[in-house]
Design a binder for this molecule. Structure first.
Ligand SMILES: [Zn+2]
Length: 80
């Protein structure tokens, strides 16, 4: 069995939310923007946010998505 970490996932189209460090408003961000470091304007306080601020949440979201895809793959494998 190969480890799940070896599975290459294209997460770019997925969106996750992260809280603005200033006003705690949740802003949607795609993995693609996070990967490219595209700044975004907070919808709450209108400050410019750098995706660098969201790496912790991005990592959590990435893990959640990877888990659900793995579960899906396993359920498909089990369905004969
Ligand atoms: Zn804000």
């Amino acid at each position: 069995m190969s480890d799940a970490d070896e599975v290459v996932l294209d997460l770019d189209p997925f969106e996750f939310e992260f809280a603005c460090p200033r006003c705690s408003f949740y802003n949607p961000l795609t993995f693609r923007d996070a990967r490219l470091g595209t700044p975004l304007i907070c919808r709450g306080c209108k400050n410019t946010l750098m995706p660098d601020d969201a790496w912790g949440e991005l990592d959590d979201a990435r893990r959640r998505i990877a888990d659900s895809i793995r579960e899906l793959q396993e359920s498909l494998k089990g369905a004969h």
